[in-house]
Each structure stands twice: as C-alpha cells, then as structure tokens.
Design a protein around this ligand. Sequence first.
Ligand code: GTP
Length: 408
Amino acid sequence: MDTPVQIIDQTITPRQLKGFVGFSNLPRQVHNKSIKKGFQFTVMVVGESGLGKSTLINTLFNTSIYPNKEPKEPTNETPKTVDIQTITADIEENGVKLKLTIIDTPGFGDYINNENSWQPILENIEARFDAYLEQENRVNRKRLIDTRVHACVYFIPPTGHSLRPIDIEFMTRLHHRVNLIPVIAKSDILSDEEIKSFKSRILEDIAYHNIQIYQPPIYDNDDAETIQENKDIILSMPFCVVGSDKPFKVGNKNVRGRKYPWGIIEVDNPEHCDFVKLRQMLIRTHMEELKEYTNEVLYEKYRSQKLISSEVANSNDTLNPLSQLDEERRKHELKMKKMEAEMKAVFDQKVHEKETKLKQSEDDLLAKYKEMKEKLEMDRINLQERRRQAERGGRPGTPEKKGRKFFK
Ligand code: GTP
C-alpha cells in the first residue's frame, strides 16, 4: 500500500559547526577530478579566406595549432562548396590539459554565388548534435564523447560599412544552434573612429534582424569585479581583433603584434584592440559557460524539436512490428483479391464471347439443316407427283425418254 507523502513545514536555520566536518573541501574535490579528466572545447571559425582565422586561433592559444599552410597552387578549377575541416590539438598549461578542436570552414563566402553557403555549416553543427543524441539514447551511456560546437567565431571583413547580406543570412540561420561570437577581422587596418562607427552599425543590424549573439550572463550574486568585467566584455562586442604571433621588442618587454611604419599594433594591449577581451571571454572566464549554454539551451532545444518531430512521424506510421506485419498482410490480401477479380472478369468475358460464337454457329447449322430438310421434302413430293403422272399417262417402252424430258 502506498504511504501518503507528508509535507512537513520546516524552516531552515543556519547552524554553526562545532568542529571541522570536511565538506568545505568539496570545491577542491571537483577541481581535482576535473584536472584528472581534462577539459575539452570545440570552436568553429567562419569567414572568407585570408581574413586571419588561422592566425587568430594560433594567437589565442599561443601555439601553432594550424599546420603551416602550403602556398596554394593556382588552379583553373572553381571549388563550388564549403569544405569543413577539423583540427584537434592537446594543449597543456600549468598541468591543466585541454583537448581543443578547431572546425574550419574554408570556402565560406569565397564564391561568386554564395547562396546557401551557410547550409553545410548548419548541417555539420546539427550532425554533431545528432551524434550526441544517439550516444545519449544508447543503453551504455558511460562515456559520452562531446563533439558539439561550443562557440562559433564569425569573422566580419573590415569594410567599415555595415553587415553584408551574407553575414546577416549566416547569423540568422545559425544563431539558434550555436553560440555566435562576431569579430571584426584585421581591425588594425581601420582607424579608431572607423571602428567605433562600424561597431555601432553592426550592432544596429544585429538588433534589427533579431540576431542573438553570445553575451556573458550577469548574475546578481557575482562579485562587483566580475560584473564589471562582464559588462566591459559586452560593451566591446563585436570584438575588433588583430592576430599575430610575431614577437617585437617594445621598450624592455616582448610583445606580439604587427609592425607598421608609424608603430607597432600590440595584440595583447587592450588599448590597441579587443583581442584580450575575446581571449578572456572564450578561454579564461566563459569557456565552461559556453559549454553549459550549448548543452542546456541550444542542444536541449534541438533535442526536443527532434523528438517532437519523430513522435509525430511515429504516430502516423505505427512502429509496432507485429501490427506492421498485419498491415502488410492485409494490403497483400487486398491486392491478391483485386487481381483475382480482374482475372475472373477477363475469363468470364472470353467465355461469354466463345459461347455467343458457338451459339451463333449452332443456330446457323440448324437453319441450314432445316432448309435442306425442307428442300429434300419438296424434292420427294415432286418426285412422287411425277411418278404418279407417269403411271397415269405414260406408254410402255419409252418411260426413260419421257422421264428424261420431264426432268429437264
Ligand atoms: P584561409 O586559410 O585561406 O581561410 O585564411 P585565414 O583566414 O586562415 O587567414 P590567415 O590566418 O592565413 O591570414 C592571411 C593573411 O593575413 C596572412 O598573411 C596573415 O599574416 C594576415 N593576417 C592575419 N591576421 C591579420 C591581422 O589581424 N591584421 C592584418 N593586417 N593581417 C593579418
């Protein structure tokens, strides 16, 4: 028998411990476990060729993740589709291991007709969701391999105008599937004024088209410093970035940057570009947040849409194999009955035609027989009549002659 659940109205009183229990060590337990397991992060980069995607990724992770590129051979062939390439690197910093996956999308925006160039990218992101969903549905779900895209860095060319139709199309199509982080590529070629007005026009376009870009959440219970940091990050979006791993000597310190006749643009100097803010958000402070948002919001939404659509499909199409067999047998029987009825109709038709034909020839024969019979009867009557006449008036010795004359 079920015991009724008793709801006890109890107020929770904070208690002071009299000695050390040990649960204050919980964060350390989580920390140690996470360090042992290692971390994993997947980032996608999208933008036209030559916008500095590989340079920026190498600059972000301070290592040569991208293999040295071979200079491209001139070719007459025009590639037609966006190619998707994956690069994986195991990197380590202060004993913390990170398995980093970079998904590159060469070819995006490089053609004369770039219509639907967002499609293979969206398909790739959804295929990764599908792979995760498939693992979740398995009986053994012990070691789920997460290949989902946690962030997509979208490179806007430094035109200084506003977003192009291809940028709007891409972001509108993908913002509900991935954390979008737009950046202004090669921003060192724009002046401060140009960057300022370019950023505000991009933000206007983003707001006008209801595009959702990733923004760090601000929680009330965060400390003042974190809140301020997050606000600064949000205010800097879309980040204007400069990529370079070339070291230069500025004063007595080594800096990474790009050299111009008028000076050096320092990558890691927040006065020169937003690279530091991008790195801070993507790696230092919000990597886990990006993964959590991917899992709890973006993937969850995709998962429920997928399950609802497959449920609808299933309700139309019975999944029970026995009833499927019954249905197939019923359909087969109906088909056989129809075929049988058609064959019978053809057979009946043929029989009817044959019978009609036979009846016709029987009637013909009967009519012929009647006609002949009547003729013979007439002949017989005539003969008898002549015989009687011959017997009455004929002379002896000349019957044949008379008869012959009679027959003419
Ligand atoms: P694809 O592999 O063809 O897609 O190119 P990509 O987008 O990866 O560009 P890549 O990083 O190979 O850079 C292309 C060129 O731009 C190289 O000569 C880089 O040195 C240069 N470059 C990269 N980042 C910047 C930058 O921030 N500013 C400037 N001015 N040049 C840059």
